[in-house]
Design a protein around this ligand. Structure first.
Ligand code: GLA
Length: 669
C-alpha cells in the first residue's frame, strides 16, 4: 500500500484484528502458522493495548509487541499497527478522573468498558499523543509496518461529551464560526423563547432541559462534536506523518454512522476503511450492505477501500445473535470486493476466552479449526489470493444519491413536521436501484455532478446556496434530477426557506409547496402505524400505486403532474411531477411511492437518462456489479439460480458467487 493508495501488484488484504495480549506467548507461534494457512497477509495489532503498552504513566513496555511484530514479519504477515488510544488504561482515569466523559444528563461515565474519554480533554490528548509518539519512534521503521490504524471507530460509544471542558471548547468553536455573539444570536434564532446571549460565556452544550432545545444549538453541537473527534484524529495523524511520512494512515469508519460527518473526515485518511456487521437474519441486509459499500467507496472519491472489520460468523451485541450460514460470509466479502474494496478483514483473529466479546465469533473459533467458520476463512483466503489483478480497479456508476450529514442531523431532530428516518429514506430509493442492478455513488452537496446521468436527492432537508445552485446547474446542463419531499426546507442555520420551501429548487422543479400534510393517525405514539391512512397515487406515470410516509399540498407551476394523490384529504393534488429545465429534466416526489410507483418512477427517470443495469433482466436476490474489467454476480438466496450476464448463462449455487472476467476468460468461482 502506498500513501496514494494501492495501485498495482498489491495483494488483496486479508486478515483481521489480532489481540495477542489476550493469549499466552505460546499461542503466538501457532497464530502465525494458522495465518499462513488461511492466506492472512495483514493483521491489525494493538487496538486495545494501551494498558499493556504503558502499564504505568510514562513507563512503556514494548518487549511483547516487538516479539509479536517480529513473529508476524517472519511469517510474512504485514501489520496495520493501531495507535491504541481507544481505551485509556485504569491508571489514567484514576489519576485524572476529569478525562471521563459526561452525558447530556450530567452523568460522568465510569471506566471499566472502553472509549471512556472526553474528546476535548487536554489531558487525554496529551497522554494519547505521548503514546503515539512512542509507538511511532519504536515501530516507524519496523519492516512489518504497512499501515497506521489511528484509534478505533471514533465516536462509536461516546461521540458527544457535555462536561465543562467540552463546554469551553464548544464556545471556542462557536467563536471561530460566528465571530460575535450577535451573529450567533442571529444564526440560532435566539429571539425565540428569550434565549438571547450577551456573551459567549453564557452558552452551554445542549444539556438536559425542560423541553425542546434550540435546534441550531443542537445542530452546532453535533457539528462541533464531529470536529472535536476529527481534531483527536488529526493530532495523532500529524505525529505519525512527521515520524513516518511514507506510511499511510487510516481510521475505521462505520458506514452510515450518524454522529460523525464522514464527508469532512474522508480527505484526512490515506485509505478509507470501514467496519460492517450486516444482520444475518435480516433479508434486507444484502441490499443495505451494498449501500454501505457504495457510500464507503464514494467517501474516498472512488478509490479502493478496505473492509477493516466484519464478523466471521455471529456478533454478540444483538438481542439474539444469528450465526452466518454457510456461504454468507463469502458472499458479503465478494460484495465488498465488487464494490471497490482491496481488503477484506475481520474482527477478530482468535475468539476471546474472556471479556465482553468472548461470544463474538473469531476467525479461529473456540471450537478450533475443524469448523465451518475456519474452513470458510481458509477457502476465502485462497480465493482472494487469486484475485490480485483486480486491485486498484474502479467501480463505474451512472447514478448518484446525494447524502448529507447536516440534513440527517436536522431532519431527525424533535419538533419537525414528520418522523422521517433519513437513512431509511435514502435506502428506499437505493433498494430500487439495487434491484435493477444499477450501481450508485454517493455525493455530497456541492460536488461536481456532471459525470452522472441521473442524481437522486432524498430529503436534503438542509441546503445551502451552493448545493441548490449545483443541482440546478446539473439539470440545466442536461442532467436527470429527482428530488424528494422535505428538501431545501432549511438553510444551513436551520432557518425556514420562504416562498414555497424549496428555496431556489422550486424553479428547478417547477413546483411550489403550500403546506406539509404527512399521513398521520390519531396518536402515533400510542397506536403505532395502525391508524395511519394509506395513500394512493395514479396518473400518466402509472395506473395505481400505494404511497406512504409523506404527503403535502403542492402546486405545479411549469411542471407536468405525472401522478396525483387519490382519495383522502389530498385527493387530486400533485404527488409526482416532471419539469423540463433547459437541457435536462427534474422530477419531484411529494410522497414515497410504494413498490409499483417506485418502479414506474425510476423507469421514467432512468430511461430518460439512458441508464441501464448490469443485468438486462434482474433476478430476485441476485446482485450484479461491474468493477474494472470484471462482473460480479452474487446469489444471496438459498436456491440455485440461472442468470444471463455478459452474453452467457451463469448458474449460481445457493449463496454462490461468479466473477466474470470481461477480457475473455471465464472466472467463475
Ligand atoms: C467494533 C469494534 C471492535 C469490536 C466489534 C464487535 O467494530 O471496532 O473492537 O468491538 O465491533 O462487533
Amino acid at each position: 500500500m502506498t500513501k496514494e493508495s494501492a495501485v498495482s501488484i498489491m495483494p488483496i488484504w486479508y486478515g483481521g484484528d489480532y489481540n495477542p495480549e489476550q493469549w499466552p506467548e505460546a499461542v503466538w507461534a501457532e497464530d502465525v502458522q494458522l495465518m499462513q494457512r488461511a492466506g492472512v497477509n495483514l493483521a491489525t495489532v494493538g487496538v486495545f493495548s494501551w494498558a499493556r503498552l504503558e502499564p504505568r504513566e510514562g513507563e512503556f513496555d514494548f518487549g511483547w509487541l516487538d516479539r509479536v511484530m517480529d513473529g508476524l514479519h517472519a511469517g510474512g504477515v504485514r501489520v496495520d499497527l493501531a495507535t491504541a488510544t481507544a481505551s485509556p488504561p485504569p491508571w489514567l482515569t484514576h489519576r485524572y478522573p476529569e478525562v471521563l466523559p459526561v452525558t447530556e444528563d450530567g452523568v460522568r461515565l465510569s471506566p471499566g468498558s472502553r472509549q471512556h474519554y472526553c474528546p476535548s480533554s487536554p489531558i487525554y490528548r496529551r497522554l494519547a499523543a505521548r503514546l503515539v509518539e512512542a509507538l511511532a519512534e519504536r515501530y516507524g521503521s519496523h519492516p512489518a509496518l504497512e499501515l497506521w490504524h489511528i484509534n478505533n471507530e471514533y465516536g462509536c460509544h461516546v461521540s458527544r461529551c457535555y462536561c465543562d471542558v467540552s463546554a469551553e471548547a464548544f464556545r471556542s468553536w462557536l467563536k471561530r464560526r460566528y465571530g460575535t455573539v450577535e451573529t450567533l444570536n442571529e444564526a440560532w434564532g435566539t429571539t425565540f423563547w428569550s434565549q438571547q446571549y450577551s456573551d459567549f460565556a453564557e452558552v452551554y452544550p445542549p444539556r438536559a432541559a425542560p423541553t425542546f432545545k434550540n435546534p441550531t444549538q443542537k445542530l452546532d453541537f453535533r457539528r462541533f462534536s464531529s470536529d472535536e473527534l476529527l481534531e483527536c484524529y488529526r493530532m495523532e495523524k500529524s505525529i505519525l506523518r512527521k515520524a513516518t511520512p511514507e506510511v499511510p494512515v487510516t481510521t475505521n469508519f462505520m458506514g452510515f454512522f450518524k454522529n460523525v460527518d464522514y464527508w469532512t473526515w474522508s480527505s484526512e485518511v490515506d485509505v478509507v476503511s470501514d467496519d460492517s456487521y450486516p444482520d444475518p437474519a435480516d433479508p434486507d441486509s444484502p441490499a443495505y450492505a451494498a449501500m454501505v459499500r457504495d457510500l464507503v467507496r464514494s467517501l474516498g472519491g472512488g478509490r479502493p477501500w478496505i473492509l477493516m472489520e466484519q464478523a466471521p460468523s455471529a456478533v454478540n451485541w444483538r438481542r439474539r445473535n444469528a450465526a452466518k450460514p454457510a456461504g454468507m460470509n463469502r458472499a458479503y466479502s465478494y460484495q465488498c470486493v465488487s464494490r471497490g474494496a482491496d481488503g477484506v478483514m475481520y474482527f477478530q483473529w482468535r475468539q476471546s476466552v474472556a471479556g465482553a466479546e468472548k461470544f463474538h465469533s473469531g476467525m479461529v473459533p473456540h471450537s478450533g479449526t475443524d469448523t465451518k467458520t475456519w474452513r470458510e476463512i481458509e477457502q476465502l483466503g485462497a480465493e482472494l489470493g487469486q484475485l490480485e489483478a483486480i486491485v486498484g480497479a474502479r467501480v463505474p456508476a451512472d447514478v448518484a444519491i446525494m447524502f448529507d450529514w447536516d440534513s440527517w442531523w436536522s431532519i431527525e431532530q424533535d419538533a419537525t413536521p414528520g418522523d422521517i428516518r433519513y437513512v431509511e429514506h435514502a435506502f428506499a430509493w437505493y433498494r430500487e436501484l439495487y434491484r435493477r442492478t444499477v450501481t450508485a455513488d454517493f455525493v455530497r452537496p456541492g460536488d461536481d455532478l456532471s459525470r452522472y446521468r441521473a442524481v437522486i436527492v432524498p430529503s436534503l432537508f438542509m441546503a445551502g446556496k451552493e448545493a441548490i445552485t449545483g443541482l440546478d446547474e446539473y439539470a440545466r446542463q442536461g442532467g436527470r434530477l429527482l428530488v424528494t419531499f422535505q428538501s431545501a426546507i432549511l438553510d444551513p442555520h436551520g432557518h425556514i426557506t420562504f416562498g414555497g420551501y424549496l428555496g431556489g429548487l422550486a424553479e428547478t422543479l417547477g413546483v411550489r409547496i403550500e403546506e406539509f400534510a404527512p399521513p398521520a393517525g390519531p396518536d402515533l405514539e400510542r397506536n403505532g402505524q395502525a391508524d395511519v391512512p394509506t395513500l394512493r397515487i395514479e396518473g400518466s406515470l402509472l395506473p395505481s400505486s400505494s404511497a406512504s410516509l409523506w404527503g403535502e399540498y403542492v402546486h405545479a407551476g411549469s411542471a407536468e403532474v405525472i401522478a396525483s394523490f387519490v382519495g383522502g384529504e389530498l385527493d387530486g393534488w400533485p404527488a409526482i411531477t416532471r419539469n423540463s429545465r433547459d437541457a435536462g429534466r427534474a422530477w419531484y416526489a411529494a410522497t414515497l411511492p410504494g413498490p409499483e410507483g417506485m418502479k414506474a418512477l425510476l423507469d421514467d427517470v432512468l430511461t430518460d437518462a439512458e441508464v441501464q443495469g448490469v443485468l438486462a433482466e434482474p433476478v430476485p436476490n441476485v446482485e450484479a456489479v461491474r468493477r474494472g474489467s470484471w462482473t460480479f454476480l452474487l446469489n444471496h438466496s438459498v436456491q440455485e439460480v440461472s442468470v444471463q450476464a455478459e452474453g452467457t448463462t451463469h448458474v449460481l449455487q445457493p449463496r454462490g458467487v461468479a466473477v466474470i472476467a470481461l477480457a475473455g476468460q471465464q472466472g467463475a468461482v
